[in-house]
Design a protein around this ligand. Structure first.
Ligand SMILES: *[C@@H]1O[C@H](CO)[C@@H](O)[C@H](O)[C@H]1NC(C)=O
Ligand SMILES: *[C@@H]1O[C@H](CO)[C@@H](O)[C@H](O)[C@H]1NC(C)=O
Ligand SMILES: *[C@@H]1O[C@H](CO)[C@@H](O)[C@H](O)[C@H]1NC(C)=O
Ligand SMILES: *[C@@H]1O[C@H](CO)[C@@H](O)[C@H](O)[C@H]1NC(C)=O
Ligand SMILES: *[C@@H]1O[C@H](CO)[C@@H](O)[C@H](O)[C@H]1NC(C)=O
Ligand SMILES: *[C@@H]1O[C@H](CO)[C@@H](O)[C@H](O)[C@H]1NC(C)=O
Length: 664
């Protein structure tokens, strides 16, 4: 057993032995030698005194001096080792601690419970799980597995390893569980869900262990993570009852974090207000909360309070504020935040901050700034590249989007679904790209495993159809296992773009039967297709169901489609009636479109009414008069046509007189 441990620890130790030994030997002699004569009388006392001195030195952080005394000791006991081990652990010298442990075991010392809890703690911190397992074996052999301290250390180790079941089993086997053990289990973040933690908490109370403030911090943290406001509120009332909500800095900050994570602004503010400024730890939670809720003024207020108190904003705060300025296209706030970023040196450290900066400048249309930030980033990650790419796309710099994608592939940066869908989406706007580029990116998507991503699929459906290859669009759509509204709209739009009304109508039915809710874009695609394909019956059904069945208010393009569809078929009065019933009865463009249909059908009765409306809606517009004049010519009322044309010419002259001269 002992041999096994030594073998496994030795290679790990060898890497630092050299440095460690040298460090120890270069320290100047610390202890006056006149004490030596005294110690010789009583070796036990001597060890005791050494131990006490080493402990004092370790506690004050004088590790080198402590180690020198340790080296000088002619005799050591297990307490010496325990003091040195926990001192090294406390001072963050894990590797040195393992070296000393190794030495101790090889010299035949038997570990005590305190040795194990220290050493297991080091393994846990350093992620040395294999070694941890071996030490667990030794714990069992030495009969210490039921010791509460050793048990805690083992639980901690297994929690860190993600072996939650094992940790729970050890926990249940412990004959006694103290508050620390309970807290250790509750501290585990992500390992246990909220309901499991709540059960643990109730069990703890049943077993008569009173929670302390830390217990609540741990619980609140995972409740916040899962946004369970009600349960958190109950804990909050309890902390108020016992007085910790205000008296304990950690609990009061945990409450702010909790309510912020749940998006409860008023509660977060209330919890924040009672904390004295010097005790605030939760600044960043509040900044992010305000930023994500578009409350720029409060986000900036807390942000500057933070500066005044000398607290460093977190990356999350910066990203939150930059996202806010990006969404609101507010370059002024964006630039202010950029200044802070530069001042605090976050610009080189965090790809999140850089991505957010690139994105912010891109959305605000300052693409040169985006590019220069991108260039200053030493290591280009996919996120950083994507931010630049979406900025290019936003600013309509299409060819650079495609080029950046090529660069990401060539330089082995890699790409993800965002890069793919953004690039595919811009293809049709590019001068150089064609169906071949679309097929190439499709292949890329298949090979990289992103073919089933919905955003990628939708962009491919769209892109293929723009290049006229609706068949490929349909194939991609058919491969989707559970297409959502956006996917359906993409394929309907693909058919609509290629004037295939029947397919659009059928897909709309399929979609509705699947319980999906078409939106105004879906309806616009279907109605456009019905108009193009002259599908009067279907068009009317779709238009009528829009508002009554699906609760989507028709917009002007929906009405325009219907008026064209009906007007084209000569259903002029019906088109007129429909238009009058909508709120777009004052839209001169739709009326004049209807007038064109009347002219095409030589329909005098309806046409005259509509001509009147067109003039009434835009009496100042010469082209309205001209159009009406043309209509009268068409129905062979040349007299009226001429009169109206004269008015039109007069109006045009009038307009030209009042507008400044333009040179050709
Ligand atoms: C909660 O935390 C875990 C682990 O950190 C994480 O995987 C999970 O997404 C979080 N849940 C929420 C809702 O944030
Ligand atoms: C900022 O925006 C990016 C991209 O829109 C998003 O992924 C990220 O979660 C946002 N971060 C914050 C803190 O709002
Ligand atoms: C309706 O279809 C016709 C013929 O294709 C077209 O000229 C017209 O612009 C379409 N109307 C709308 C509103 O799309
Ligand atoms: C004009 O259209 C209406 C229907 O919209 C029709 O009833 C009427 O007969 C048409 N008139 C002429 C002269 O074509
Ligand atoms: C039409 O009337 C609506 C109110 O019903 C108004 O909001 C809109 O601006 C008007 N449009 C035009 C082109 O006059
Ligand atoms: C006049 O009407 C035409 C056709 O409806 C339209 O294109 C144009 O913008 C209008 N001009 C003004 C000044 O409103």
């Amino acid at each position: 057993m002992r041999k096994q441990i030594m073998v496994s620890i030795a290679p790990l130790v060898s890497t630092f032995t050299h440095k460690f030994v040298r460090n120890a030997s270069t320290t100047s002699s610390f202890f006056p030698s006149q004490f030596d004569s005294y110690f010789e009388h009583n070796p036990r006392d001597k060890i005791y005194t050494y131990n006490r001195d080493i402990e004092t030195l370790m506690k004050s952080g004088s590790v080198d001096h402590a180690l020198q005394l340790f080296d000088e000791m002619p005799m050591r006991d297990i307490i010496t080792y325990n003091i040195v081990l926990s001192g090294l652990k406390r001072n963050g010298l894990s590797k040195e601690a393992l070296y000393v442990y190794n030495q101790m075991v090889s010299q035949g010392f038997i570990e005590s419970s305190s040795t194990f809890s220290t050493v297991l703690g080091v393994f846990s911190q350093e992620g040395l799980y294999q070694e941890g397992f071996q030490v667990h074996n030794r714990v069992v052999v030495l009969g210490l597995s039921l010791n509460v301290y050793v048990g805690s250390a083992l639980i901690d180790l297994y929690m860190n390893m993600g072996l939650v079941d094992l940790a729970l089993r050890l926990f249940n086997d412990l004959p006694e569980r103290n508050l620390a053990t309970w807290n250790q289990l509750l501290k585990g973040f992500g390992e246990f869900g909220m309901s499991q933690k709540l059960q643990l908490y109730y069990r703890m109370k049943r077993e008569g262990v009173a929670p302390n403030p830390l217990t609540f911090c741990y619980l609140l943290r995972s409740f916040g993570n899962e946004s369970v406001v009600d349960q958190g509120r109950e804990l909050h009332s309890y902390t108020i009852k016992v007085g910790w909500a205000e008296s304990d800095v950690f609990v009061s900050n945990a409450l702010v974090d909790f309510y912020s994570a749940c998006g409860s602004i008023t509660d977060a503010e209330k919890s924040f207000e009672v904390i004295p400024t010097n005790d605030v730890i939760s600044w960043n939670s509040l900044v992010s909360l305000y930023a994500s809720n578009e409350i720029a003024s409060d986000a900036l207020r807390i942000f500057s309070m933070m500066q005044v108190s000398g607290k460093k904003p977190s990356i999350r705060s910066f990203v939150g504020l930059l996202n806010l300025s990006s969404r609101n296209v507010n370059i002024i706030i964006g630039k202010q935040i950029h200044c802070f970023v530069l001042k605090l040196g976050f610009d080189h450290g965090s790809c999140y901050v850089c991505s957010a900066l690139i994105d912010m400048y891109g959305k605000c249309g300052e693409i040169e700034s985006s590019v220069s930030i991108y260039e200053s980033v030493p290591r280009k990650t996919i996120e950083v590249c994507n931010s630049l790419m979406t900025s290019f796309a936003h600013c309509g710099i299409v060819e650079d989007v495609i080029e950046l994608f090529g660069l990401m592939v060539d330089e082995d940066i890699g790409f993800d679904e965002v890069s793919l869908s953004t690039t595919v989406n811009t293809l049709s706007r590019s001068t150089y790209a064609g169906l071949t580029s679309c097929k190439l990116l499709h292949l890329c998507a298949v090979k990289s495993g992103f073919a089933h991503d919905l955003a990628v699929s939708c962009s491919l459906i769209e892109s293929y159809s723009r290049f006229g290859d609706v068949k490929s669009s349909r194939q991609i759509f058919n491969q989707l296992s559970s297409p959502n509204v956006i996917c359906f709209t993409s394929i309907i739009s693909a058919y609509s773009r290629n004037k295939m009304g029947t397919e659009c109508y059928k897909l709309l039915e399929v979609m509705i039967n699947k319980g999906l809710k078409p939106d105004k874009v879906t309806f616009s695609c279907v109605l456009t297709a019905c108009n193009h394909s002259g599908m009067v019956h279907e068009g009317k059904m779709v238009f009528e169901s829009m508002k009554t069945v699906h609760g989507v208010d028709p917009e002007s393009q929906h009405v325009a489609c219907m008026v064209d569809l009906l007007g084209h078929k000569g259903l002029l009065e019906e088109a007129e009636r429909l238009l009058k019933q909508t709120q777009f009865n004052n839209d001169s463009a739709i009326w004049s479109s209807l007038l064109r249909h009347c002219r095409a059908h030589h329909n005098e009765t309806v046409g005259k009414r509509i001509a009147e409306t067109v003039i009434k809606l835009e009496p100042e517009n010469a082209s309205s008069w001209l159009q009406v004049s043309n209509f009268y010519s068409e129905i062979r009322d040349f007299e009226t046509a001429k009169q109206i044309k004269d008015v039109a010419l007069a109006r045009r002259m009038q307009r030209d007189m009042f507008t400044p001269l333009r040179f050709k």
